[in-house]
Write a protein that binds this ligand. Structure first.
Ligand code: AMP
Ligand code: MG
Length: 272
């Protein structure tokens, strides 16, 4: 059996993952230089488009892609680059912001569960229920024992989605502190990026070690066989996109969606 090319990024269940040991600039295992890797991504994207069309037609299973990263980690760019060309009817992207009053009046999974994919669809979460063990932990927005309990609630929630036919892929885009500095600076310097800069981003940046710790805790506690986390070196955008495409096409291939057979009696119908 050929080895699984996505295993290099996967966080094994119960593993003692150490984020500081993973190089965000890593790209040695790419298919080639930047140009060759982009070409490989184009091939994978064409396959993704084909697999998504089958998933939609089959309408029996669904795919949930959870994207998390530090600020400027590349979630928006990855979504844009990976899903361009995919039929928009079959994909929903939900960006989770600071919870509204209505959302805060419910349990933390309420807003997330509503955005889970229906059969035949791909749902992409730009941030997710993991914010409730990340920003909420770093800022102490909930008591520690409440946050601690959430890892188990998340595992249970994801297991119930998986049991209902949803394949779950969770991607942590891993950037370095230096790369974040450069990207924040370009948000200040480039008029087309000003809108992305928030003054609060600099305050968050000061908490870099706390966030890294919170990510490490979350990935260790919630990477399971049915809802694995992948750590993707993301300082180089072309590597990041290729890795995401590799993981998603692999998952969809494994799901093996099929065009449904024609309804009974239609096989020999000829339209005149
Ligand atoms: P952005 O993704 O840059 O538009 O920012 C969204 C902001 O919403 C980030 O600062 C997140 O940390 C914040 N956010 C998302 N979910 C939550 C949550 N559950 N609790 C608190 N803040 C959140
Ligand atoms: Mg932001």
């Amino acid at each position: 059996m050929p080895s699984d090319p996505t295993a290099r990024w996967r966080v094994p269940e119960g593993a003692r993952l150490t984020l500081a040991k993973i190089d965000p600039r890593a790209a040695d295992d790419a298919p080639g230089d930047k140009a060759a890797t982009k070409a490989a991504s184009d091939t994978l994207r064409a396959e993704l488009v084909e697999l998504q069309a089958r998933l939609y037609a089959e309408s029996r299973q669904s795919l949930l892609v959870v994207l998390q990263a530090m600020d400027t980690g590349g979630k928006d760019g990855a979504i844009r680059n990976v899903f361009s060309g995919v039929n928009p009817q079959g994909v929903t992207v939900t960006s989770f912001k600071r919870p509204t009053e209505e959302e805060l009046a419910h349990d933390f999974l309420w807003r997330v569960h509503r955005a889970a994919p229906e059969q035949g669809r791909i749902a992409v979460f730009n941030r997710s229920h993991y914010e409730d063990v990340l920003v909420v932990k770093v800022h102490g927005l909930a008591p520690p024992e409440v946050i601690q309990g959430r890892y188990e609630h998340i595992r249970g929630f994801e297991a119930s989605l998986a049991a209902a036919g949803t394949r779950i892929v969770k991607l942590y885009l891993h950037i370095s502190e230096e790369e974040q500095a450069a990207r924040l600076q370009s948000r200040l310097d480039d008029p087309a990026k000003h809108w992305k800069f928030e003054a609060g981003d600099l305050e968050e940046r000061k908490r870099w070690p706390d966030y890294q710790q919170a990510f490490q805790d979350a990935l260790r506690a919630t990477s399971t066989a049915r809802a694995p986390w992948y750590v993707i070196p993301a300082d180089r955008k072309w590597y990041r996109d290729w890795a995401v495409l590799t993981i998603l096409t692999r998952a969809l291939r494994d799901m093996d969606p099929r065009f449904p057979p024609p309804a009974d009696g239609l096989e020999d119908v000829v339209i005149r």
